[in-house]
Write a new protein. Structure first.
Lengths: 275, 466
């Protein structure tokens, strides 16, 4: 059992939790993830580690309430316990040799991009962050990202906060104005990562994306998280979650993510009493 | 002298009717009654040379435990079995007895051999059903004050842990998943091996003193070297199995509705997708095609049938004779309405809007036996056809997980990724690390893995006593 030390609602849908998990905290690095199970009948949910403290023995997670299992997780409060919490899983992000980086977070992806940006910034790299959201009410981690970046650009689809427009528009503008990035890290909706990768390919800028597909065990056992990278089948859980954005078959990933959409919506609506 | 029962056939095992059981997840066979057990036990001639014992990978004293059954002393029978086998309720159900203990049975010369597996199960179930059961376990008397780590809680790890605990070692099992048992809980379905049985057998080990730590991915949460150098484990046994699913590398394999057997069975067994109170989603539509001819393929097909798929097919490239699955499993699958497409090989999986909607197959024939005596399947040109399928489950085998290998410097593996270990001791290229089961042999059986775990336990005792 893993105790919830702190809980914050970042907006109506997104929840932050700090969880006591000393063994995970001792080992984890930015880019790695955990799998948790909130209760006996729940699913195993993979979530990227947002932050951690080795000395205090906690890791934090940020998740969006999208299905029944994440809704149930969201009903837990400070002092409650999460049944299972295993990690760190996946390969840590490689940040060596990166000096001028643009980190792009889309929605919840900001929580995953944050530890990487923080690590790079602490190591003295120039870090520009572009954070994109649908509207003002969904903005998360603004202060944290501001204080861990050289420049912070906030974008919303409707212009209700920051600038109006897509993250790709801002990225193009920065590149055109001579930003001269050696690396772009893009984490967010698959469709966003796809278009960022298409853009950076034109400019020949190395691009790293983080995949969060459907999986069960997170150790290479189920193969549910497979995706095609450079024509080869890879498992996001053990070969990733980070991949070269110019080599990922994003359309294949999009298609596999839709696998349980209907059932998930149905279960979730039942749980919330909508149906 | 007791009178022998000279009936040539085994006492029939009671089982659920096929048309009823293919709609539920209850156990297929319901087990002998005391009368049936006695009747079958008296078929054993108690031979002096005991060929059955040599056929058992853990050398259970078979004629003696059967003799105790004929005398009505089930507790004694259990004591005899558990001297060498720590998981009898499991082995009695899933061991391939027909190719092991029952193969050399003298009664098999004229008729069927003694139903050793069914008797083993009877004894174990009788004891597990007793309320006071877990308290009867004798605790080891001599403490050795040495810590041994076991990586993986499947059959080999449980067997090694049990023996090492009996020898007086301080044993901790590390399991990556949230439940102990390895393939016994994520792979083999409820209708063939009830999970309550697995839980009880593991509970018994815990009562004995074996510690189990769940949610620990060795190689990630902590490395083997750290267990040894920092946490005081003087020897480590690696029994991580063959958990990595193989795919066919044919077009369409990443379509929605294509599962590895591992994923499908894990959803059904570990995550209990068949139980509406669990939130595990599973989707397969109306026509399920299972590719492969082993026990895992049978398990997946029979599980899909129970989940109400209208048509479930086994697609296998050789003929029934070459099927690696146990005869009993194939027989049960047929009874339950699984359709068999033999001498058939998939060439591509077809899709519509990202979802499986068919599988193109080609007919095969067997070649004349080659120099190794094996008849190879070869394609019959122009025989392609399309099999109706809304879902495809790939059950063509598994390989060892590379997690331990990639995080343990100096641990030798072969070209298939299996850990190289001494066949007699299980010792690896790193002296304090021992390994056994599927991670060494590639995918095999529960009992072979247990045998390897036992050998390694004896070798670890020798190594630590040096």
């Amino acid at each position: 059992m893993y105790k919830i030390l702190e809980k914050k609602n970042l907006n109506n849908e997104v929840v932050y939790m700090k969880v006591a998990a000393p063994a995970v905290a001792k080992k984890c690095e930015p880019g790695q993830f955990i799998i948790l199970r909130a209760n006996e009948t729940g699913e195993r949910i993979p979530l990227t580690i947002e932050d951690y403290d080795r000395k205090e023995g906690w890791v934090s997670i940020v998740f969006q309430k999208v299905g029944k299992s994440t809704y149930i997780l969201g009903t837990l409060n400070e002092g409650d316990y999460i049944l299972d919490f295993v990690g760190p899983l996946g390969i840590a992000s490689h940040t060596e040799g990166m000096e001028k980086v643009c980190v792009i977070g889309g929605g919840l992806g900001c929580a995953i991009a944050f530890p990487q940006a923080k690590k790079l910034f602490k190591n003295g790299a120039h870090v520009d962050i572009i954070a994109g959201f649908r509207n003002k009410s969904l903005v998360i981690l603004e202060d944290e990202m501001k204080s861990n970046s050289t420049n912070y650009y906030l974008m919303t689809d409707d212009g209700s906060a920051g600038e109006k427009g897509l993250v790709t528009a801002k990225l193009k503008e920065l590149i055109e104005n001579g930003a001269n990035y050696d690396t772009v890290i893009a984490i967010g909706p698959v469709i966003m990562m796809k278009f960022v990768s298409l853009l950076t390919k034109e400019y020949g800028i190395r691009t790293i994306v983080s995949m969060n597909p459907i999986m069960i065990d997170g150790t290479g056992m189920c193969g549910g998280c497979r995706l095609t990278v450079d024509g080869q089948t890879k498992f996001a859980c053990v070969d990733g979650p980070d991949f070269d954005g110019h080599k990922v078959d994003f359309d294949g990933v999009l298609q596999r993510l839709s696998m349980y959409k209907e059932e998930e919506n149905h279960q979730c609506n039942l749980f919330r009493g909508i149906e | 002298m007791a009178k022998f029962n000279m009936t040539p056939l085994k006492t029939k095992m009671p089982e659920q009717d096929p048309t009823i059981r293919n709609g539920n997840f209850l156990e297929v066979t319901t087990g002998y009654t005391p009368q049936m057990a006695h009747e079958e036990a008296t078929r054993c001639l108690n031979c002096k040379h005991k060929p059955c014992v040599a056929g058992c990978p853990v050398n259970i004293d078979i004629p003696n435990f059967i003799k105790s059954i004929t005398e009505g002393n089930i507790e004694e029978a259990y004591e005899i079995i558990t001297r060498t086998n720590s998981l009898p309720a499991i082995c009695g159900r899933v061991c391939p007895q027909e190719s092991q203990c029952e193969l050399p049975c003298v009664r098999g010369i004229k008729g069927e051999p003694v139903a050793i597996g069914r008797l083993e199960r009877y004894v174990a179930d009788y004891m597990l059903a007793k309320e006071t059961f877990t308290f009867d376990v004798p605790k080891p008397t001599v403490k050795k004050n040495k810590k041994v780590a076991i990586v993986g809680s499947g059959p080999s790890g449980l067997a090694a842990a049990s023996d090492l605990c009996d020898m007086g070692y301080d044993v901790t099992i590390f399991e990556a998943l949230h439940k102990a048992g390895g393939v016994l809980v994520y792979g083999i379905p409820e209708f063939r091996l009830p999970k309550l049985i697995v839980e009880k057998e593991i509970e018994r080990l815990k009562t004995k003193g074996v510690k189990i730590e769940l949610n620990m991915v060795i190689g990630k949460t902590v490395s083997i070297q750290e267990l040894h150098d920092e946490e005081g484990f003087e020897a480590v046994f690696v029994g991580t199995g063959a958990g990595l699913p193989n795919f066919m590398n044919i077009p369409g394999e990443n379509l929605n509705g294509v599962y590895s057997a591992n994923e499908f069975l894990t959803r059904v067994n570990l995550m209990k997708a068949y139980d509406p109170s669990y939130d595990t989603p599973i989707y397969f539509g109306t026509h399920v095609a299972v590719v492969g001819g082993g026990n895992v393929a049978m398990d997946a097909a029979r599980a899909a049938k129970r989940l109400k798929a209208e048509h479930v097919s086994i697609v296998y490239r050789r003929s029934e004779q070459e099927m690696p699955a146990r005869i009993e499993e194939v027989h049960h699958a047929k009874e339950e309405g699984i359709e068999f497409h033999l001498l058939t090989n998939p060439t591509q999986i077809l899709g519509d809007k990202g979802w499986v909607n068919g599988m193109e197959c080609i007919k095969m024939q067997l070649s004349e036996p080659g120099p190794d005596g094996r008849r190879r399947p070869v394609t019959i040109p122009g025989s392609e056809y399309i099999l109706d399928a809304t879902s495809v489950i790939i059950a063509i085998g598994t390989s060892p997980n590379p997690l331990i290998k990639s995080t343990t410097k100096g641990l030798d593996t072969n070209k298939w990724g299996c850990i190289v270990a001494d066949p007699e001791t299980g010792q690896t290229s790193i002296p304090y690390i021992f390994a056994g089961g599927d991670v060494v042999t590639g995918a095999a059986t529960v009992i072979l893995a247990m045998g390897a775990g036992k050998k390694a336990a004896a070798a670890i005792d020798k190594y630590l006593g040096r």
